[in-house]
Design a protein around this ligand. Sequence first.
Ligand code: SF4
Length: 753
Amino acid sequence: MGADNQMTGEQWHPSACILCECNCGIEIQLDGRRFARIRGDKRHPSSAGYTCEKSLRLDHYQNGRHRLTTPLRRRADGEYEEIDWATAIDEIAARLTHVRATYGGDKIFFYGGGGQGNHLGAVYNRALQAALGVRYFSNALAQEKTGEMWVDGKLYGGHTKGDFEHAEAVVFVGKNPWQSHSFPRARPTLREIAKDPARTMIVLDPRRSETAAMADIHLQVRPGTDAWCLATMLAVIVQEDLVDHAFLAEHTIGTEPARAALAEVPIETYAQRCGVPAELIRTAARRIATAGSAAVYEDLGVQQGPNSTLVSYLDKLLWILTGNFGKPGAMFLHSTFAALAGASAGGSGGGDARRVRRTPVTGARIISGLVPCNSIAEEILTDHPDRLRAMWIDSANPAHSLADSGRFRRAMSALEMTVVVDVAFTETARQADYVLPAASQFEKWEMTFFNTEFPRNTVQLRPPVLDPLPGTLAEPEIYARLLRALGAVDSGVIADLTAAAKTGRGEFTTAFFAAVGQVPALLGVAPYLLYETLGATMPERQRGTAAVWGLAQLCAMAYPDAVRRAGHPDGNALFDAIIATPWGVAFTADGWEDVWTYVKRPDRRFTVDIPELTEQLRGLRTAEPFTDGEYPLVLSAGERRAFTANTIYRDPTWRRRDPAGALRVSPYDAQRLGLHDGGLARVTTAAGTAQAVVEISDMMQPGHVSLPNGLGVDHPDHGRVGVAPNELTSVELRDAFAGTPWHKHVPARVEAV
Ligand code: SF4
């Protein structure tokens, strides 16, 4: 599979959309190297043929002038020169070795490791980290999800999701699934809920988003007041005694402090603060508490705004206090094929997991192993002796996606060495000392670790659709070459395991576990070890799948019963099924009674008391707004729209509408500020200023403006179109617990140009 001469004609090639975490199964028909037709793959066990319109334009990612085809090295004058792979690997290995020897491996920072669809390379990236002795890393989750992860860790030690397809009441908090999806077949599911009079959709959002417009109840809060609205809903549930006492008695400990704080909430006062009629909040709260089932989804609208970790806690109290867990239509915990981050912080089970890790310079809290994104530049731009000295960035564009792009660029310049691995010459690559061109996500075996489904959780290892663009390499090969250059594993170990792999899978399994049992340090570089040994027995282009064998073993050890229920007797059988089913396969099967086994505490109860957040909940009484006379508006920087995607779509011609990424303003503000549809406006924040085309939109309420995500990237033919949102954001605006940025709550002012 994958050779160009096989890739023309009527053949449909199974693959996946790489634009959001749903990773819908698709099939691609080729015309030479171009994607001629794309359709949903009905065989995909999760998406079952569904896609949204964004996936149909994936040729804009695959083919275009943005692609890199040779390693680049920055010269002293700032220009880039082409170098061959051998030179690049030798020089990078030598410079990494120098940084490690001079300052220690813990001064080399790693960022990224995959976007929405390419997580296989990250497994090998972690092997390089282990070989170098890296301690600090991060990725985009640390500017979105770490607050929720911290709360999850405290409550039950896992990740929850909702059964939206069957819930009687669904609640979306700062979430617009019509555009941002996040659960399978999002749009048909929303339509089904909207047309069923027995079901209720409740949306908490300052905008009248596409989802809010479909909702039965829209809690249109003032921007940044989500915590007051949620506290009011919970206060209604507590003060009207709508709590599920039997559920709390059987499945939780420590609900009293939160319930006591909620009993004190002044409902009318808080409703006024969030700008929603108290009676509407009461109606929503009563509906959730009395529904046969309810499921809740929070997303970036609240996770990138004030009080975000508290909001995550309140959001989870909504379904915990009403007993909506572990039954059809409610919330569940699930298995995981491979971790996207480290263990969740806090740890419901107690012990070592309660120890707080902090960054070496600023002491920022590290959650799930991830350094807060807003802290990265601060860990570099200082004369502190423990500052970071080098950075490795893989399949990520932090100079565009993290708060205050200017500061991040300065931080990259201050480092002694920076390397970027990517398919394109991104805004981040333009700051790096070395740029290594990766094969695209359709030119190699690839997979995603957004495996969060229930009752059958699925994984898809997709084969390449095309040969790699000449000059590019798949990430597993890039990391293997570097690890060879670093001499990461003794050649005798590799020779012995390769011989075992050539003998048979059973012999290899025994030999591999014996080797890592004898030398536990090999576990850190296990993906590389598998690539060199088991991978040597595979077809050359499939070699990167060797690490999946290791992940399948770990998965079968973690969930032996659930993996067997899905039809896989052991890890080897699971690996074989994954390889043989390119449109995806269920790796675990659970029933509703099994979800309790994922609670980390030995007694399988939720640990509800989180004193820090109960204190913050009480503090809402006196909290001040964040806008002022100089910056009276709230800018949402990075709104998801029909024609926005992440920055892997670099060619602006993919957008059929809203080509320049308009600044959306309410009719009230437009009139007040003298703005016209299609005219120009200047947006100014504490961090910077930008000009944008105006769109007057009923979606926005007075005082709230928005710019889309994914704009403002450089393209060789079209230049830079639209506003790069993080030229306007600040690292100082962040959550007190998790350090997550307030991209959706940037104080701003707007003037007509
Ligand atoms: S829902 Fe997400 S993964 Fe599915 S087609 Fe749309 S953008 Fe792609």
